[in-house]
Design a protein around this ligand. Sequence first.
Ligand SMILES: Nc1ncnc2c1ncn2[C@@H]1O[C@H](COP(=O)(O)OP(=O)(O)OP(=O)(O)O)[C@@H](O)[C@H]1O
Ligand SMILES: [Mg+2]
Length: 330
Amino acid sequence: MDNSIEIENLTKVYNGKFMAVESVSLKIGRGEIYGLLGQNGAGKTTLIKMLTGVIKPTSGTAIIAGLDLNKDALKIRKITGVVPQEYTTDGDLSGRENLKLVADLYSVPRKDAEKRIETLLRMVDLYDARDRRAVEYSGGMRKRLELVCGLMNTPEVLFLDEPTLGLDVTTRENLWSYIRSIEREFHITIILTSHYLDEVDSLANELSIMDHGKIIVSGTSSDLKKSLKGDTITLKLRNDNEFKAVQDFKDAIEVKKMELGDIRIKVSNSDTVLPELMKYLSDHKISPQSINVRKPSLDEVFIEYTGRNINAEQSGKDYGKLMAMDRRAQ
Ligand SMILES: Nc1ncnc2c1ncn2[C@@H]1O[C@H](COP(=O)(O)OP(=O)(O)OP(=O)(O)O)[C@@H](O)[C@H]1O
Ligand SMILES: [Mg+2]
């Protein structure tokens, strides 16, 4: 498969001192949905802003659909679509008027624009609501409008920055199906950032985990899960002596103590090993406060490679960001 995007050592230092994106290198295939997964502040938006020519990289290069970011930033803006993390549509205008504004921005000829606006509105089931003001749309409808604004210039590459942030589960799944249909109908490359594991797992062919500005690991979701080499049993123990005893459990591939004191035991197959472990614990008079068994999942992948749970400290910040979005929308 030929590449739609090739990024090499892309770096962004803010204010001459803060390294928000550090030497990111990536290859993204044409027509793929590619996921960038990372916690708040990981550097996802900064990376997208560089790739769409909104901010200049401090160093490094990227080729997007054959164009060099350092030489052809303007052309790149013409052939890429972007749906930013915050609302960009005008709440006082209707869905149709918003799309018309974007069409004018890209100098789409009037006749083509009308047709395209209708197609796009129908595509995300907003045709019947086309003349209502965007501020009266539900969160999901508004995001769908944002989504098609990013498609107005028939882009070759579409960037979606946190496309379902703060929406409820049903509305998020509903939006995923529109994203899939965009990929199918337009055969474009989609780069999606998210801190929702289920979103990236469900939509992306391949993904990278970003942490503190760096790419920690990349691959398909199933390859990353396989790289865990088995299931994880997490124990809460009472003291270090119990931890030492568990370290000698013969069926453990690895025994690790996590930051919060949880003990993570990696085993090849929990179905067969768990009864053995229970017997071992009982023989050693160890009664854990809790036992948790997990098959390989993207959550586990995230914990394995970053040492943290992606959902830690998340909800409060989400809420703050939504409030900001609401304020802008009014
Ligand atoms: N204009 C700026 N000036 C200085 N620092 C910035 C600027 N924009 C972002 N940062 C910092 O760079 C880091 C990465 O921010 P970025 O917005 O790229 O993260 P993100 O992964 O998109 O996070 P989120 O999930 O919250 O959207 C953060 O520590 C942020 O505070
Ligand atoms: Mg962001």
